[in-house]
Design a protein around this ligand. Sequence first.
Ligand code: ZN
Length: 459
Amino acid sequence: MSSLTCAKLILFSIAGVVIQIIGLSLFVYGFFPVKPALSGISGTESFRVPRCNSVHNESEGDLPPDQLKALYEELSGIHPFDRLILMVIDGLPAEFVLGKDHQPPPKALMEAMPYTQSLLANGVAIGYHAKAAPPTVTMPRLKAMVSGAIGGFLDVAFNFNTQALLDDNLLGQFFSVGWKMVMLGDETWLKLFPGLFMRHDGVSSFFVKDTVQVDHNVSRHLGDELSRDDWHLLILHYLGLDHVGHIGGRNSILMAPKLLEMDEVVKMIHTSIIANQDNGQGRTLLVVVSDHGMTDNGNHGGSSYDETDSLALFIGLKNHGSEHASYTVNTVYQVDIAPTLALIFGVPIPKNNVGVLILGTFDSFTDEQHLKALELNSWQLFRLLQAQLPGLSCENSPCESFIDDQGPRKSKCNGNLENMICCLYLNATVLHSSWKSKNVSRNLLTYLLLELQQCCCHA
Ligand SMILES: [Zn+2]
């Protein structure tokens, strides 16, 4: 009897250990997934059709910044803006500005941001709920916005000991075309991009009791910076609102005054942009974003709606359609900000970006520019997919089966993932070339846009 119990005990112990190992493996695989990523930095090849036998022209990488900038402008054909102001309001839920479920925000919040609300109502600003991926803490979220790639949960640990960002990203792309950059606010930026800013004044994000000085330290330089014309990118990272949340939660009595303070900053920047437009400073785009939202208690880090509901507000892009009226639910992903800004400013989309162009931001561009932007986005995503899906690699690509003697043909898409991607991608290519030779009637443009967007989304 006792030997039977002993044998059973050993069996149970072994089973227990096996279950633990399986559990641990599942946990590790889920939280720290290993994704094949492309190494290196996007260059001129990103403006060309992805081909298996393409020859990489090394000499283009050595061009001086101004020549590289001119080359990118020529290749992309999109260059409406000269300067970018990226204002990050840490922890601001998009709901505070854009409302929820087709309803405007509560009256108190509307009245706390009168200028921003007037920009939205007049179509001067286009606002989006930019869904952030967990973990909803600052460092990984900033990385997602500038690289378009989604990190893992390991970033939570790195959030406290930020290392320089070596992956391809927007700031690196801007630097390579000779942009001068200034950063004021959260010092996380300085840790991610050491040596990149020509002027900076960083503040620490860990003194959460301070809701006043932390923002005053940013705003005190603002008047001076706005009057200068020696920078191309100005980053302002305001931490005060996140600190208000940590102290008193979403409904803190300090929230409305803080929103009003942020609204004043938006007003100051926007009026200065309008005033300086004809002074030789060129066209400036203001983008107001938040890195993450917050729970009722003002916490963040997890994946709830309240924590992932971050903001992307584009001020200065003319908005034509009524579909972008203030309180409709325009939801995009936070990673979509990276390709959108890369395309607006005509630099290559970062290599490992998984984001898709935010279509509404291109409303005021020509149809050709709109399609060109989508084409560049789909080329970049196709290259990334070739690295991530072995079935799409050059050796086993199923795409050839959709091409006959006359070139790619339009077909009905079905089958496995690789077939679907090839089919959608080539359909878009066929329609795009017909559009360029004007064989497609103008009302087919919408269909073409959908097809391209679908191709990007499937990717
Ligand atoms: Zn926080």
